[in-house]
Write a protein that binds this ligand. Sequence first.
Ligand SMILES: [Zn+2]
Ligand SMILES: [Zn+2]
Length: 309
Amino acid sequence: MPDLDLDLTRDALATSTLDHGLQLLGERWTMAVVLGAFLGVRRFDEWQSRLGIPRHTLAQRLRSLTELGLLRQRPYQQRPLRHAYHLTTKGMTLYPHVLMMWVWERRWGRRALDLPERLVHTRCGHAFAPALACEACGEKAGIGDLRFTLAPNTALQGRPSVRSRAPRLAASDGAEPSHGLTVDRWVLLIVSAVLLGCHHFDALSHVLGIGSSVLSRRLANMVDAGLLLCQTDLADGRRKIYRLTPASRDLFGYILCFAAWASRHHFGEPSSIRPTHRACGRPFRPQVVCSHCRAPLLAHEVRFEMAPQ
Ligand SMILES: [Zn+2]
Ligand SMILES: [Zn+2]
């Protein structure tokens, strides 16, 4: 492991399209509503019954997703007037990220949501698992196939409008909620910081700018959830070392697809955390492909079957 530049890592994380995108969409309920939209949920009551989400929370999340241009309202009943929510063209661009989220939540999540059990690629006719590939060379890529360079992006430094439009995130602080998805903004940022080489408490606190009591609680929650291993550092018995588990290592596709989405489709800014595909030497742009035929996956070419209740 080369020496880690903590200030550079902190600045890159703080100006990453990952963090800024997660400030908009990284709250558990918000992501659950997006997943629901891709499963064909359109109406308020249906989201409410399938997710068990409080009405005011759902109304607020639908409003912010509409303001972000990801959903749009269409009336489905005149008297009394009722609206359904449909994904917009921009909303549909979240599909690769949503596929990675489905896969991860089914494999490792709490299964609080009904997620598709089987995906069929109608283009090739086969059941498949979504796989992450390099857009430049088409080869499949895992976390070990990438190298990261950090280049803080001052264009995303402050962006006060970003923060003020984000849903309140406080609800997922403290005790783990029993509902919704397993991961949220903080889980993904902590996993990213560990992926970038921060393994000690002090380093994580520095690069994430989180005070020690809040960070201790978040790390303990992640250890309990099987997303981090906390071990005594063999090089210094007084220190703890944090490592990723198979479940949290498996989040890298999800993280890369979301950061790429935020760069390309929302902020129009390069990410400050830049992956290179070692095998082809080109900047790594994630593409989610069919494990059977290797074609990029389009929402209208994928059929899914839900798990039996
Ligand atoms: Zn490549
Ligand atoms: Zn296929």
